[in-house]
Design a protein around this ligand. Structure first.
Ligand SMILES: Nc1ncnc2[nH]cnc12
Ligand SMILES: [Zn+2]
Length: 356
């Protein structure tokens, strides 16, 4: 719940979301509906009582102890996704919530290997996601791009084979997917292991980002930048542990896609005040604020903005700067950025004029 008087402004701000895993938008309600419709057996209650009901599952989410503890539920959850219509419903759920929160542009991650390994074709996943994207554009005016993530808990050759699939290549070539990312278990999984893919993606014009410095050390952020050529870093929470690297990230203008509620939920920090918002602002490091896996962490993008505000009491100008950074750091065309920058200017001017 927002406590700050700025919360109506936070609602109105035109938001860009750069760190949302579509599979992490699977609500317990849709999870149980699709499990039943698709005849998917969830873990029996004698093995994991968390699947006894939606409420039990939600209660279990409140007790996540780490990234890997969460990832177990994330992968079991997405096993209910089978048909293109399931992926469409999933993405539509997210776009509906994002629209209500004032998101104008969304760059959405998906994990092809987690679907291919269960026999769901890449074309099926992308067909459903693309239908929801078209609806989001026409009904809400949200611009959407998709980013395909590789799973770092699997052997690297699995990622290489996925990247090499003709249907995956085709989706980069025709622009249905504009970028690659690296996600899943971070501890002991240095990003440089995926160098082959990232080196091949650059010349194809594919945008590059990677999760780094969520649970892993700041050195993984340096690897993602220097070895993988990443233009953005997902999370990057532990950047503040290396002042020289922090200076370099600020100078290069590399944007972190922070996910504050996720970091608290997965025990990467003890509480919201430990998310280094103030340190990053003071050091001139660019960042956007995002939801990560909103259905699991109980917070969509506006909840994240409000939680940051309640912990850091930022000024209107600081919020304007955060939103401007997000717009400018988005992987959309300049014309779209200009529209959003204009809207941002208007919202802030109107807010100040209203004297609130
Ligand atoms: N927060 C996160 N970190 C790494 N991989 C993820 N996959 C989904 N959410 C993730
Ligand atoms: Zn993430």
């Amino acid at each position: 719940m927002c406590k700050s008087p700025l919360h109506p402004l936070l609602h109105r701000l035109p938001k860009t979301e750069h760190h949302i895993h579509v599979e992490g938008a699977l609500t317990p309600s849709l999870l149980f509906t699709l499990a039943s419709r698709n005849n998917i057996t969830l873990p029996p209650t004698d093995q994991d009582a968390s699947f006894a009901s939606q409420d039990a599952l939600l209660a279990r989410y409140q007790r996540f102890t780490s990234l890997d503890d969460f990832l177990h539920y994330y992968y079991v959850g997405m096993s209910v996704l089978i048909h293109a219509a399931d992926y469409e419903a999933l993405a539509w759920d997210y776009f509906t919530r994002a629209h209500a929160d004032g998101v104008r542009h969304a760059e959405v991650f998906f994990d092809p290997q987690a679907h291919l390994s269960r026999g769901v074709a890449y074309a099926t996943v992308l067909a459903g996601l693309t239908r929801a994207k078209e609806r989001a554009k026409s009904e809400f005016g949200i611009s959407v791009e998709f980013v395909c993530c590789f799973l770092r808990h699997l052997p690297v050759p699995d990622s290489v084979a996925t990247f090499g699939l003709p249907e995956v290549r085709a989706s980069f070539e025709d622009g249905r997917v504009i970028g690659i990312g690296l996600d899943s278990t971070e501890k002991d999984m240095p990003p440089s292991k995926w160098e082959e893919i990232y080196k091949a993606a650059g010349p194809l014009g594919v945008r590059r980002t990677a999760h780094a410095g969520e649970e892993g050390p700041a050195g993984y952020i340096a690897e993602a930048i220097d070895t993988l050529g990443c233009e953005r870093i997902d999370h990057g929470l532990r950047l503040v542990e290396d002042p020289d690297l922090m200076k370099r990230v600020a100078e290069k203008g590399i944007m972190l896609t922070l996910c504050p509620i996720s970091n608290v939920f997965l025990k990467c920090v003890k509480n919201m005040k430990e998310v280094p918002i103030r340190k990053l602002l003071d050091a001139g490091v660019k960042f956007s604020i995002n939801s990560d896996d909103p259905a699991y962490f109980g917070g969509y993008i506006l909840d994240n903005y409000c939680a940051v505000q309640d912990a850091f009491d930022l000024s209107v100008e600081e919020w304007q700067r955060i939103c401007r950074t997000g717009i400018e750091g988005s992987w959309c065309g300049q014309a779209r950025k200009n529209e959003l920058l204009e809207e941002l200017e208007k919202v802030v001017t109107d807010w100040k004029a209203s004297g609130t």
